[in-house]
Write a protein of this length. Structure first.
Length: 257
């Protein structure tokens, strides 16, 4: 088994070096960059990895482009704000020496996110299973706007690993708030609309409270202290905003379209 580690980037000069170093065990490291205006490509090239430039087409399309341009069939997909834990590295290296007939076609991996300088294990944030290690002959990235994931073929076998992908998604509260407003809520609203989902003033009013209750109480976010409370508050804001944006799309779209 030979493995290509693939990472997509856009202005990730703060993250890319550590992401690349965490997959130094791979047989190939491929960075697909969406025309960064910072030093992302320069840093990547200085670390000896292959860099391709591809105009941004969306998360799923960009990740699939990376898969298709990798040298090896076995793909490990990592985001620039993620790292491979030592335990996960050990598990993957063990799989490299496993007979092919004893391998699954893809592996789900738990992702542990860090927020306000602490690991978050509640509120629905963990284990956050991600299918990131797979044979590209048996799976590909689904074509969706947000929350992209790998879809395996019907006859494919999937397994689970126990080592974590370490996720450092938000620099601070201001960054979290910005990402909700500029990326997550607008994309979620558009995806809801394209899937035939509709909202109403009542749903808009109730969405935030429902999301906070689910995240902070039902999923145990309170066990993560202030960080858990902050996550729940932002979950409420995200739910409210995506429904409000969906409402705006509904009002501004020609019913005949």
């Amino acid at each position: 088994m030979k493995i290509s580690a693939v990472i997509i980037t856009y202005n990730e000069e703060k993250n890319i070096a550590q992401a690349i170093k965490s997959v130094a065990w791979a047989d190939e490291i491929l960075v697909v960059d969406s025309k960064s205006t910072d030093n992302t490509r320069k840093i990547s090239e200085s670390l000896g990895v292959k860099v391709l430039i591809n105009k941004w087409q969306g998360f799923s399309q960009q990740k699939q482009f990376a898969v298709e341009n990798a040298s090896h069939d076995w793909i490990f997909s990592l985001d620039a704000d993620e790292r491979v834990s030592d335990k996960l590295k050990t598990e993957i290296l063990q799989l490299k020496n496993t007979p092919e007939n004893k391998l699954a076609d893809g592996y789900r991996i738990p992702r542990l996110s860090f927020y306000m300088n602490r690991p978050i294990r509640h509120g629905g944030w963990y284990p956050d299973w991600q299918l990131r290690f797979f044979n590209r002959r048996k799976g590909k990235w689904k074509d969706v706007l947000i929350h992209e994931s790998v879809q395996m073929q019907e006859n494919a076998k999937t397994g689970k690993l126990t080592g974590d992908i370490l996720h450092y998604s938000f620099e601070n509260a201001a960054h979290h708030h910005k990402m909700i407003g500029t990326r997550y809520a607008p994309l979620a609203a558009r995806q809801m609309y394209e899937r035939g989902k509709r909202t109403s003033p009542i749903k808009i009013a109730a969405a935030g409270s429902a999301a906070f209750l689910q995240t902070f109480i039902l999923k145990g976010g309170f066990l993560d202290g202030l960080a858990g409370f902050t996550i729940a508050r932002f979950a409420a804001h995200h739910a409210f905003l995506k429904h409000l944006i969906l409402w705006e799309i509904q009002q501004n779209t020609n019913p005949k379209e």
